[in-house]
Design a protein. Structure first.
Length: 455
RNA sequence: GUGGUUGUAGCUCAGUUGGUUAGAGCGCUUGAUUGUGGUUCAAGAGGUCGCCGGUUCGAACCCGGUCUUCCACCCCA
């Protein structure tokens, strides 16, 4: 028989993996809650029109579409059917699609429930999302996002708090030395304006984002291919040697963008955030201005965040976010500013694993196993087990009257710390023979002694 | 979506220019040990060589397709 399998880019999680994922998720949840965010959940799939067109052409291609039910082909217009154009026919045979991220469904949620929501609304959401991407290292077709967003406030204190929240979570995860990169869309607009390349803002930012990957010449080459002039590239030159403290970077930017109103706005926004953070201090994270940071969706309008793992861990970004002034505008609710961040659970998992940062105690396990010697003995064991469980001690009875060797082997493989042997002799003495699996020692004890011995 | 890569026992992997019956280690089962796991020793089970097709007297090996793995690009968490 053919072995069953799962679709590419998806994974099964065993007991240890689930325990470890829960460990990460709980830390993130507790932090979200501590900063005043409240949980919501939205459906796995949305109406296609809610999602399509929100992530660009590339995004549309990566959205999993769900076929209509019933005899959907018979309802398709013959002309469209015979054209065999996949893009054209999609909207006729599919009207639902799997969630691609948590931000757009959240925007939909806010617009739909605007009359029930008290603004500013701080929500967090931890759910899987799906992308029809080709999998590679740290990239899956089904993965979890952990998002926290605020809508209905333009205050830059939100940005400040998000930086603190990142620092807090990664510190609690014992992942020290992450870098929180920050940039501002307005600065990018300002640069494009000064260059005279406003029309090519997206092409320009996408190319600039690749600086650390393909280098200065690579970026210039890509910009030339996108039709950005030599004259404009010359004005861009100072950016390629952008070093120093936040203050130095901002001062240099100020000179460069002095003629751009929007650019100066962006600089002032970033300056507030970095100056405030330096007054408040961070525990273990580094906050770094990176003007090449252009990641992110077309809807970011202010701050842009990205978190990268400590040096020596090649994992791309493990978190990201930013401000979007008009996200809900796409659903008809104007003038609601939002800002949010996301944690990449699956990638954080891989980083913690690589750096061996999961605590030992994460793997909760049965503490004590009672050997099964038969029906009478099992009843005797079960009475003790029930009492132990009432004291929150994980205990179990081996379910079958199997050979000792097998039962002991089970305890050994499950890594259970204690085994109780209670046969006829022990029953007569109202005693339990407790064996410590680590040391091999064993003692005959009464129930109270047993309970204290294993604590 | 583009280019490359991988697939042999439960797991990690050998397998010669194409040549009888496809191997190893670990794991598994049983026994040495009917109230004692790990260590040791002995024996045993386990494979449609990813799948489909082609070349050949003969294919794990060569060719084509397909699925899968991983990597790079695009894009992104």
């Amino acid at each position: 028989m053919k072995k069953p399998s799962i679709p590419k880019g998806t994974r099964d999680f065993g007991p240890e993996e689930v325990t470890r994922r829960n460990y990460i998720m709980n830390i993130i949840k507790q932090a979200f809650s501590l900063y005043g965010f409240q949980p919501i959940e939205t459906p796995s799939f949305e109406n296609s029109e809610t999602l399509m067109g929100k992530y660009g052409d590339e995004g549309d291609r990566l959205i999993f579409k769900i076929l209509n039910s019933g005899d959907f082909l018979s309802k398709v217009d013959t002309e469209i059917y015979t054209e065999k154009d996949s893009n054209k026919i999609t909207s006729h045979i599919s009207e639902k699609a799997l969630r691609y991220d948590l931000t757009v469904p959240f925007a939909r949620y806010v617009v739909q429930h605007q009359n029930e929501i008290t603004f500013p609304f701080k929500r967090y959401q931890i759910q899987p999302v799906w992308r029809a991407d080709r999998p590679q290292k740290g990239r899956f077709r089904e993965f979890f996002q952990c998002d926290a967003d605020v809508v209905g406030s333009t205050s830059l204190w939100q940005e400040v708090e998000f930086v603190q929240l990142y620092d807090d979570v990664f510190n609690k995860l014992n992942l020290k030395g992450v870098t929180i990169k920050i940039n501002n869309r307005k600065i990018l607009s300002g640069i494009a304006e000064v260059m005279g390349a406003e029309e090519q803002l997206i092409d320009f930012t996408v190319a600039l984002d690749k600086l650390d990957k393909i280098g200065e010449e690579g970026v210039k080459k890509e910009m030339r291919e996108k039709g950005i002039s030599e004259n404009a590239l010359e004005k861009l030159q100072p950016l390629f040697s952008f070093k120093g403290t936040s203050e130095e970077k901002l001062n240099n930017l100020e000179k460069m963008l002095s003629t751009s109103e929007v650019g100066i706005m962006g600089i002032n926004e970033i300056r507030f955030i970095t100056e405030t953070i330096s007054k408040l201090g961070l525990q273990t994270a580094n906050l770094e201005i990176d003007v090449t940071l252009a990641r992110g969706l077309n809807y970011y309008t202010g701050a842009i965040f990205e978190v990268v793992a400590p040096d020596g861990v090649a994992m791309g970004s493990i978190g990201g976010g930013g401000r979007y002034d008009d996200l809900t505008g796409i659903f008809g609710l104007k003038n609601v500013s939002g800002v949010g961040i996301s944690f990449g659970l699956d990638r954080i998992y891989l980083v913690l694993e690589q750096l061996n940062l999961f605590p030992e105690t994460v793997s909760a396990n049965t503490k004590i196993l009672f050997i099964n010697f038969g029906e009478k003995e099992s009843l005797y064991a079960m009475e003790a087990i029930s009492k132990l469980r009432k004291s929150q001690i994980a205990a179990e009875l081996y379910p079958d009257e199997a050979k000792m060797g097998k039962q002991m082997g089970y305890a050994d493989k499950r890594n259970i710390a204690f085994v109780v042997l209670a046969g006829e002799k022990e029953m007569n003495e109202k005693a339990y023979t407790l064996k410590n699996m680590k040391t091999g020692e064993q003692f005959s004890l009464n129930f109270d002694e047993l309970k204290t011995a294993i604590k």
